[in-house]
Write a protein that binds this ligand. Structure first.
Ligand SMILES: NC(=O)c1ccc[n+]([C@@H]2O[C@H](COP(=O)([O-])OP(=O)(O)OC[C@H]3O[C@@H](n4cnc5c(N)ncnc54)[C@H](OP(=O)(O)O)[C@@H]3O)[C@@H](O)[C@H]2O)c1
Length: 388
């Protein structure tokens, strides 16, 4: 297990050598090559994000795959400069909206995609960013749910959210209530939909059960704590710092543990008693899965939300308790499942228990630092967001 963790750490090295372009250069640099959608040029970051972290994965970026293939490896690490591209979008489609972006959440998967290590490779040029919060600038002719000026958040964008404007399919856009600011809006989509899916759509959680949110201080973890608490579960959470533990306790957890404390799993066992914990929402399976199996109750389930490498377990541990290890992928949610998540999330906002916690904030120019920090830092205290 130790070697799996070490391997993961090596393969997720931080980006290096990024320069920052002045904000004013973002759109103007290549505006002449851009396409207009709803009257606005879509500016975004592309090549500046497509290198660095994945030195040890350089071979995995297939040659000839455009900028990703060229810039994912060592050669590019010597030469990379942050560049600004105007994204060409098939804009104005009838069921799409154009959003003036105010904030965009940073998700760890965006670093995996940028470095070329992720199974799904994006079309190039690629601008990361799913979780946008902003204001509708214009709508396609068949969009009735939104109008210019509406505050919204997204679950996904078509053009990329690390940009001043983003195009999104209308069915991936949701109203952002006045009680939440744009930073909070950028912390809703992927984290809360994933947490809801892990708990209920895949984990079949029920009121009265217990849940261990293993890695509770980040975007998905805090969402899971809030949702589980609101739905009547007993909530245990882990963080790597005192500060993180306090944030967890303020957001639904009954008990918090420090996953850097060598004895923390013993403390969790002492808290749950011999019955164990019913559900584990696991953010770092390659490190924790073996220990998780020891913490589960009879018929307990580990929900694999995050994983950065391989791990060794003894499958016998699942037999003795008839426990389950279940993968979670928000990407595979059906339209109906996404609607269910959205209903739960919007109800939670209205009721007041769903309050996204924003952690580190970065201007768009510091996006390379944000990518470095989300992978390499320990001590999350909420959702990381980019401000525009
Ligand atoms: N399956 C899906 O559909 C899906 C969707 C969204 C996200 N994810 C994945 O879920 C994971 C979490 O995403 P996120 O957005 O919440 O990331 P995040 O905001 O960066 O949070 C990462 C969390 O992992 C914790 N962590 C660090 N070391 C840990 C350890 N040894 N054991 C347990 N937890 C540990 C961090 O705690 P400290 O910083 O306090 O140490 C923090 O709470 C990522 O791997 C992401 O790629 C999967």
């Amino acid at each position: 297990r130790a070697s799996a963790a070490a391997l993961a750490a090596r393969s997720l090295r931080p980006p290096r050598g990024f320069g920052a372009a002045p904000r004013s250069a973002r759109v103007s640099a290549e505006a002449g090559r851009g396409t207009r959608c709803g009257g606005a040029v879509l500016g975004g970051l592309t090549q500046g994000l497509s290198d660095g972290c994945a030195e040890s994965q350089a071979g995995s970026a297939a040659p000839g795959r455009g900028r990703f293939g060229e810039s994912g490896g060592k050669r590019a690490q010597r030469t990379v400069r942050q560049q600004i591209r105007v994204i060409v979008v098939a804009g104005g489609a009838s069921k799409e909206v154009l959003i003036k972006v105010h904030a965009c959440g940073v998700n760890p998967v965006e670093t995996y995609i940028r470095s070329g290590t992720y199974a799904r490779k994006p079309a190039l040029p690629y601008t990361p960013g799913s979780d946008v919060a902003g204001v509708i600038e214009s709508v396609g002719e068949h969009v009735t749910a939104f109008k210019k000026g509406d505050r919204v958040f997204t679950l996904e964008t078509l053009s990329g959210g690390y940009a001043e404007y983003a195009v999104a399919a209308a069915n991936r856009v949701f109203p952002l209530p006045e009680k939440l600011d744009f930073r909070q809006g950028a912390a809703i989509g992927v984290p809360y939909f994933t947490a809801y899916r892990a708990l209920f759509q895949k984990g079949c959680a029920k009121a009265g059960e217990s849940v261990l949110v293993h890695g509770a201080s980040g975007g998905v973890g805090l969402a899971a704590c809030q949702i589980a608490r609101a739905c009547g579960l007993k909530v245990l959470g882990t963080a790597g710092t005192e500060e993180g533990m306090n944030v967890i306790l303020g957001n639904g957890a009954h008990q918090a543990f420090n996953h850097r404390d060598p004895n923390y799993t013993e403390r969790i066992k002492a808290c749950t008693g011999p019955g164990g914990v019913d559900i584990i929402i696991e953010m770092l399976s390659n490190v924790n899965l073996d220990a998780d199996l020891q913490l589960l109750s009879h018929a307990g389930r580990v929900m694999v939300v995050g994983c950065r490498g391989r791990v060794e377990i003894n499958p016998r541990d699942t037999m003795s308790k008839e426990s389950s290890i279940i993968g979670v992928s928000l990407f595979l949610a059906t339209e109906e499942e996404r609607r269910e998540c959205a209903t739960a999330v919007l109800d939670g906002i209205e009721a007041g228990w769903l309050k996204p916690v924003v952690g580190l904030e970065y201007p768009l120019e510091k996006v390379a630092k944000a990518h470095e920090d989300i992978i390499c830092s320990s001590g999350a205290r909420g959702k990381m967001v980019l401000l525009l």
